[in-house]
Design a protein around this ligand. Structure first.
Ligand SMILES: [Zn+2]
Length: 355
């Protein structure tokens, strides 16, 4: 919560406390009592930032010693207090050397980290985002490599296979019935909604802050949220094509087809999803676009991936800009190269980005 106390608007204790009561949403007026204010602030679960603006006028109208006590009580109750607008902007990261900046950023508390994140994005010329499975799990998409939660249909015994095999080119061509049974159970994301991270990224792109999204996910949720430039480096479940005549069929074709092995309505060939299976090469166009986007960015945000799987992890090496930001629940091997690291849910972190 942010409370702005502006000397141009606050002309006496009456208006000060009426502002505080309104902002803090207190059930009843607490008079001009600073002890009561202390209790309310320290009991509040929120992180509170207080910004005093036009402090000279405030000191005139409230009295200098009262102003000092007010500010002291707020700090003591746990609020972050800034006096004067210029101090709110005091974190001039661009003027620090890279080493000093990293040290400074790594010592920030959570709230100041969010401020720094916003400052970095605000000053950015071009931001690129690269996301992994963690971006989708917050929409309720399970890790598709796991065999958990599968039920047996059509007499297919998944226990006999590894998840890697079930998602491999070999399985598709040798045992297509097994492949499609697993695929239909695991990859059907119809009805799943984009989350806060997807939506914020789409908004960033619409406002010209983001040059695009690079994703390892194959669920199409970024497009559903409104993102336009999405490079899917592992392909997508939203595209299917015939292995014989290469014609495309609708996105839900495999899920709605009643045949065990979906067949092409034009030539009778086998329909397959345009996802990269184990044993297949990665899509060239998406990868070269991804590398280009990363090399052009001055801010690179990596989220929801442990960066442990190659070649995806290699993408970070193409970044040559100013700020590498990593958001992941667990540590990654690249944390030490990052300027800002959040060990948190990606939706949570992105909900703090103010555009
Ligand atoms: Zn065909």
């Amino acid at each position: 919560m942010k409370i702005i106390i502006d000397g141009n608007q606050i002309t006496d204790k009456e208006s000060l406390f009426s502002l505080l009561e309104k902002t803090l949403n207190t059930p009843e007026p607490f008079g001009h009592n600073l002890d009561a204010l202390y209790d309310i602030l320290s009991d509040s679960g929120d992180e509170i930032t207080v910004i005093f603006k036009n402090t000279d006028q405030l000191k005139d109208s409230l009295g200098s010693s009262y102003f000092t006590r007010l500010s002291y009580v707020m700090r003591k109750a746990g609020a972050t207090v800034f006096e004067g607008e210029e101090k709110e902007e005091s974190m001039d990261l661009n003027k620090m050397g890279k080493e000093r900046r990293r040290e400074y950023l790594s010592n920030l508390n959570k709230q100041d980290k969010y401020k720094a994140l916003n400052e970095i994005i605000r000053n950015a010329r071009c931001v690129t985002f690269f996301g992994g499975a963690g971006v989708s799990t917050e929409s309720g998409i399970p890790d598709f490599r796991s065999k958990d939660g599968l039920y047996n249909q059509h007499d297919v015994q998944f226990d006999a296979y590894s998840p890697e095999y079930l998602l491999s080119h070999d399985c598709l061509v040798r045992e297509p019935e097994v492949f499609f049974e697993f695929y239909r159970q695991k990859m059907d994301v119809r009805g799943i909604e984009p989350n806060k991270a997807h939506k914020k990224l789409a908004e960033m792109e619409a406002k010209g802050k983001l040059n695009g999204v690079i994703t390892q996910n194959i669920d199409g949720l970024h497009q559903l949220a409104g993102s336009k430039n999405v490079q899917e480096v592992h392909g997508t479940t939203l595209r299917n094509y015939c292995m014989k005549c290469r014609k495309e069929v609708p996105a839900d074709f495999i899920f709605t087809s009643e045949d065990k092995i979906p067949t092409c309505p034009y030539c009778g060939g086998m329909i397959r999803p345009d996802v990269t299976l184990y044993g297949e090469g990665l899509p060239d166009a998406a990868w070269s676009n991804a590398m280009k986007m990363i090399s052009e960015a001055d801010v690179f945000i990596v989220g929801g991936t442990s960066l442990s799987v190659y070649p995806a992890a290699n993408l970070v090496r193409y970044f040559n800009g100013d700020y590498l930001i990593i958001v992941n629940m667990q540590h990654t091997g690249y944390d030490r190269y990052a300027d800002l690291v959040f060990y948190d849910k990606i939706g949570e972190v992105f909900s703090h980005i103010e555009l």
